[in-house]
Structure formats: structure tokens, C-alpha cells
Design a binder for this molecule. Structure first.
Ligand SMILES: Cc1cc2nc3c(=O)[nH]c(=O)nc-3n(C[C@H](O)[C@H](O)[C@H](O)COP(=O)(O)OP(=O)(O)OC[C@H]3O[C@@H](n4cnc5c(N)ncnc54)[C@H](O)[C@@H]3O)c2cc1C
Length: 476
């Protein structure tokens, strides 16, 4: 039976193309109320900073324009979601609420509340999988257990047929006189801009990135080699688009799969490497789904209780990492890129997170929170997975004894020092060869650049000792 009015609750699916819940709402009802509900917190947030919220504001502006272009309007309400939706049902007489599911536990709690609310109000709720290609419990091992290791997960992931891409919404009709708050600015959350140079927001910009990536000379067909380069557009830069649903992951998959199938064997391998990376995203979604305790503790029981330092007790040291003044040029370049763009190259995320955990021995949760506050693409599951990988505590993590040497990483991935010079201007005139090794005691690479804050090989030995002692104590 056709409904008169339904609500589509936009969450992290800020697009009109291939939006399963929105398409279903439009198929079910004559008029649809597209609403975004602003989170209710104000002031400092442990996991959210100005960059991601600023990007969100720009995405909402773009979504609002896109809806207006097809006859609709974006309704903005203030949270908590269950209160806002109850009021919206009362205001519009909607008989149903549609939304796409959130892959993280916080979103799931809210979904539980909406289901309870809907029962009380006598409206229906329809929810759809959208964030991952395969998520929640879609892929389980032969014994019916969740995967803990990526390789067998990826094998199963690759074999499973992928959901198809849905259509783009062409028109939308709202009921009359639905009130809305204005589109938000950072002030809504009492945040001040950090003036980072954020990537262009909105569905159109994201679709342009997708087109460029899969085009004839795009980065996809050289991805496996290009992704190791630290400068230039060598990776997709889709992470914030997938985080906010500006792109559908199904479309990303099918576009890149089609490209891979059209290429010769050598080139195909590059695109398939990329497809393997989006599977990591699904892998971490399912880790978080099945093991939500990873948000509070190590995934691996064997490493729980290691005597890490806490950032709060190491304020000066942690601060130097945050501000990119460790005296390790490659680490500082990564941290400064993060501050300047709200983005950091994957290799640098690995180098800087390993430096915090294995050289400074600061607990990964402190770094995890700092990244979440800065990153435009801050994705709870992937960020947690990445941090626990580096700390050696996670699902399919780097073994504790494999500690990357920041000097060697620097030499290997930035031999000419282009990346370092881009982000650490004090080092602009230092010859490349001197950027990748510590100088003799007390010497500086440049007048206004600090000497390295620690000796990597000493700290490496101490970290190994910490892990070994912990293992020995556990096996007693
Ligand atoms: C410590 C640490 C923290 C991280 N935090 C985040 C985060 O908050 N949000 C986030 O999206 N990614 C995170 N990553 C993964 C990765 O660094 C970024 O996805 C990638 O750098 C984004 O750039 P891109 O879109 O150009 O990636 P590409 O190389 O083009 O990859 C394509 C897409 O695949 C996914 N992807 C790639 N690598 C990974 C990975 N290792 N784990 C999960 N998904 C991956 C992303 O969605 C990415 O957009 C983190 C990695 C580490 C080591």
C-alpha cells in the first residue's frame, strides 16, 4: 500500500545517487521528508573536531542544493535523534521512517531507540545496509565465527557477489510547511575553525574524484605503485567521501571492478590492489561489529595490560608529536600534513602511529582520539583498526617485534625529501641525504628545527623488552 508521507533520515549517506533507504522511501510514499539531525553535543568532543564538522556543514549545503534542484528541501533538526524524529512525525503525520544503518556501536544504540519510538508511535521503520559492501555478519568463517585475520576474510569477501548500484533520485516532493533550522555552521557545536585546507565537499566533487580516479590516465591503473608515493594525487582520496556517503561504496566497487576487467593483466593488478584496500574497510567494520570492546581495549587479549604511558602524564612529549616537532622530519611532516589538511597519507598514518606507540610508548587510544579529532575521514572502525595494527595489539596487527624505523621509512618512501620539504618548511634547504639520519649529538638540521627527541634504536629495544616481559609474565 502506498503511504502518504515517509521520513528519510540522512545520517552518513549524504548523497542522492544509489541511496538505498532514500530510494525505498520514495518508492513507498507520495511525499518524503528528508531530514538531517544535528548531534546535540556542544564544545570540546573527545572524538570530533572542527575539520570533520566543517566538512559536514559543506556537505549539507551541497545536499540541500541538490535536493532543491529536484523539487525537495533538506530539513534540519536538532538532536537527540529520537526526540527530533518524534517531533517530525507529529509535524508531518509521517507513517514511516527510512534510514541507512550505521556501522558503529554508537549509531546502533540510536537505532534501537528509534525502533522503540516507532513502536510507540505506531509508525514503521525500514533500515538498509549501505556503508560497507559486506558488513555486520554477512561474512563468517566456515565455523560460523567472525574473521580475525584479513587474508581469509578477503578470500571469502572476493567470492561473495557484490550488491548492485541503485538509481539516482530524480524528483522529490515534500509535504507543505515543514519547519527547519538553518543549515549548520561550526558555531552550532561551539567549535572554531582550525582553518585547515579541506578537500572539496559534496556529492558532485566526490563524483568528480571518482571519475578522475578511474579515467584512462587516472591513478587507479597505477595504484599499487602510485600509493607508495607521498606527494601528488596517487591514491583515490575517497576516504571522506565514503565516510560521509558522498559516494556509494557499491558504485566505487563496480566502477573499479569494471576498469580492472577492461585492463591487461599487469594494469589489472593495480586496480585489484585498490579493491583489496576497500575490503580492509569492510574487514574493520566487521571487527568493530563483532568485537565492540576494541574501542576500550586491545583486540588481542595477549597484549592487554601492557604498561603503556598515558598522554595525560606525558603532556610535553605528546604535544611534540601532535604539533610535529619531534625532530624526526618524516614524522613531523605527517603530523603537519594532518593539521594543515585534516588528512594524512596512509604511509604517514603508519609511520606516525608507530612512532607514538613504539618509540614514545604512549597508549594507542590517545593517538586514536587525536586522529579522530583531526581527520576529515575519521572513521571509527578503520581508525581503531589502523591504530591497533601499529601498536601490535589488533586484529591481524603488525607483530610486536616488527617496529618500523622512521629513518629507514623516510629514506625509502621520501628519498628526495619532497614530502618533508612540503610540510616542514624549516628544512627546505637541507639536502635530501641529511633528512634521513640522525645527526651527531646536539646538532640541528636547521636553526629553527629541533634535534630528534629520542634515540630510535634505544626506544625500540625498550619497547621490545616491554612486550617480552609482558608475554613472560602472562605465560607463568
Ligand atoms: C593509524 C591509522 C589510522 C587510520 N584512520 C583512518 C580513518 O579514520 N578513516 C579512514 O577512512 N581510513 C583510515 N585509515 C586507513 C587509510 O590510511 C586511509 O583510508 C587512506 O589513507 C585514505 O586515503 P585514500 O582515500 O586516498 O585511500 P586509498 O588508498 O585510495 O584507498 C581507498 C579506500 O580504501 C579504504 N582504505 C584504504 N586503506 C585502508 C585501511 N588500511 N583500512 C581501512 N580502510 C582502508 C578507504 O576507504 C580508502 O578511501 C587509517 C590508517 C592508519 C594506519
Amino acid at each position: 500500500m502506498q503511504l502518504k508521507t515517509a521520513i528519510h533520515w540522512f545520517r552518513r549517506d549524504l548523497r542522492l545517487t544509489d541511496n538505498p533507504a532514500l530510494n525505498a522511501a520514495l518508492a513507498a510514499a507520495g511525499t518524503v521528508v528528508p531530514v538531517f539531525i544535528l548531534s546535540g553535543w556542544r564544545g570540546q568532543h573527545h572524538w570530533t573536531g572542527p575539520n570533520r564538522q566543517e566538512f559536514l556543514c559543506a556537505c549539507l549545503q551541497s545536499l540541500s542544493k541538490n535536493l532543491e534542484a529536484i523539487g525537495g528541501r533538506l530539513i534540519i533538526r536538532d538532536g537527540p535523534a529520537e526526540h527530533a524524529l518524534e517531533q517530525l512525525v507529529a509535524d508531518t503525520g509521517a507513517q514511516a521512517i527510512f534510514y541507512n544503518l550505521d556501522p558503529d556501536p554508537f549509531g546502533r544504540v540510536v537505532e534501537g531507540k528509534i525502533e522503540t519510538l516507532a513502536k510507540r508511535l505506531g509508525v514503521t521503520v525500514s533500515s538498509y545496509r549501505d556503508a560497507g559492501l559486506h558488513e555486520r555478519d554477512e561474512l563468517l568463517s566456515g565455523t560460523g565465527l567472525p574473521y580475525r585475520v584479513y587474508a581469509p576474510y578477503f578470500k571469502a569477501w572476493s567470492k561473495k557477489p557484490k550488491p548492485a548500484v541503485g538509481p539516482r533520485v530524480k524528483s522529490l516532493r515534500l509535504p507543505a510547511n515543514v519547519s527547519s533550522l538553518p543549515l549548520p555552521t561550526l558555531e552550532h557545536w561551539e567549535l572554531r575553525s582550525e582553518r585547515a585546507r579541506l578537500i572539496e565537499a559534496g556529492e558532485r566533487a566526490a563524483r568528480q574524484r571518482l571519475r578522475e580516479f578511474v579515467s584512462v590516465n587516472g591513478a587507479a591503473s597505477d595504484y599499487a605503485a602510485g600509493r607508495t608515493k607521498l606527494t601528488g594525487r596517487t591514491t583515490s582520496r575517497f576516504s571522506q567521501d565514503l565516510r560521509w556517503g558522498l559516494l556509494s561504496i557499491r558504485e566505487v566497487y563496480h566502477e573499479t571492478r569494471a576498469l580492472a576487467d577492461a585492463l591487461d593483466r599487469d594494469k589489472r593488478g593495480h586496480v585489484e590492489k585498490f579493491i583489496g584496500e576497500i575490503a580492509w574497510r569492510d574487514f574493520y567494520f566487521q571487527v568493530l561489529h563483532h568485537f565492540p570492546e576494541v574501542l576500550d581495549d586491545d583486540f588481542s587479549p595477549a597484549t592487554r595490560g601492557l604498561p603503556w604511558r598515558q598522554a595525560a602524564e606525558q603532556a610535553g612529549i605528546f604535544e611534540r608529536w601532535c604539533t610535529g616537532t619531534t625532530g624526526f622530519p618524516i614524522v613531523d611532516a605527517g603530523m603537519r600534513q594532518l593539521s594543515a589538511l585534516g588528512f594524512m597519507h596512509n604511509r604517514l598514518r603508519m609511520i606516525t602511529s608507530m612512532f607514538l606507540t613504539k618509540d614514545l610508548r604512549i597508549y594507542w587510544r590517545d593517538g586514536e582520539a587525536f586522529f579522530m579529532r583531526k581527520l576529515v575521514d575519521g572513521e571509527i572502525a578503520s581508525n581503531n583498526g589502523g591504530w591497533q595494527w601499529s601498536a601490535g595489539t589488533g586484529a591481524d596487527a603488525a607483530p610486536y617485534f616488527r617496529i618500523q624505523n622512521p629513518w629507514t621509512q623516510s629514506q625509502r618512501f621520501d628519498p628526495q625529501g619532497d614530502y618533508i620539504r612540503e610540510w616542514v618548511p624549516e628544512l627546505r634547504d637541507v639536502p635530501p641525504g641529511r633528512l634521513h639520519m640522525p645527526l651527531a649529538d646536539g646538532l640541528r638540521l636547521a636553526k629553527d628545527y629541533p634535534p630528534p627527541m629520542l634515540d630510535h634504536s634505544q626506544e625500540r629495544d625498550r619497547t621490545l623488552e616491554m612486550f617480552k616481559r609482558h608475554r613472560a609474565a602472562r605465560s607463568k
